[in-house]
Design a protein around this ligand. Structure first.
Ligand SMILES: [Zn+2]
Length: 185
């Protein structure tokens, strides 16, 4: 119960009260760090240091929300099991429409709020935007800084070539099982 209250408190920060805003553009900045990811049990990203610049354009019957998210997320390399900071820099945009019909359907780009709503919760959007960008196969080289796997770790785990080849062959090497477990987690 206590943990749940903490989460609600933490995520409350990611709400934009738009009802009192004048029509036109308004800018907001949000920090997205470890505490944010802690709120989502199934988040692929557990740690990170990002900033979200949000431009909310208020119109008569809708909101146009532009996101610019940048910083780093901490990932673990699937080859050498070393944690590394992967840079992120992306933009997203969403339209928010208002309806009295409670059954309005949300799609990727259009979010429907009730006419009585007065704030926009962007926590779930940020969570999705960030997690959807985590590569299926995470490698040190994804850092984009010519980084390569930790040679000491590779030596301990066996060479990366060994790990990447013969995947369909029955391999009883216990190190493989450890890797598989981690990947299936
Ligand atoms: Zn690596």
């Amino acid at each position: 119960m206590h943990a749940r209250i903490q989460i609600v408190k933490q995520l409350k920060y990611y709400r934009i009260p738009f009802s009192g805003l004048t029509t036109g553009k308004h800018n907001f900045e949000f920090e997205v760090g470890d505490k944010f990811f802690d709120c989502f049990e199934h988040s692929l990203v557990k740690q990170g240091k990002l900033q979200a610049d949000v431009e909310l354009q208020k119109r008569e019957n809708m909101l146009i929300v532009n996101f610019h998210v940048y910083g780093t997320v901490r990932l673990t390399c699937d080859v050498c099991l070393t944690a590394f900071d992967a840079p992120q820099d992306f933009e997203e945009r969403i339209l928010v429409k208002f309806t009295e019909d409670e059954w309005g359907q949300d799609t990727e780009e259009v979010l429907t709020l009730s006419k009585t709503d007065y704030e926009l919760d962007i926590a779930d959007l940020l969570y999705e935007y960030i997690n959807v960008r985590v590569p299926y196969y995470k490698k040190c080289s994804e850092q984009g800084t010519n980084a390569s796997c930790d040679p000491e770790m590779l030596a301990k785990l066996g060479s990366s070539a060994d790990l990447e080849s013969d995947t369909d062959e029955e391999d009883t090497d216990p190190r493989w099982d450890i890797l598989k477990k981690i990947k299936n987690n």
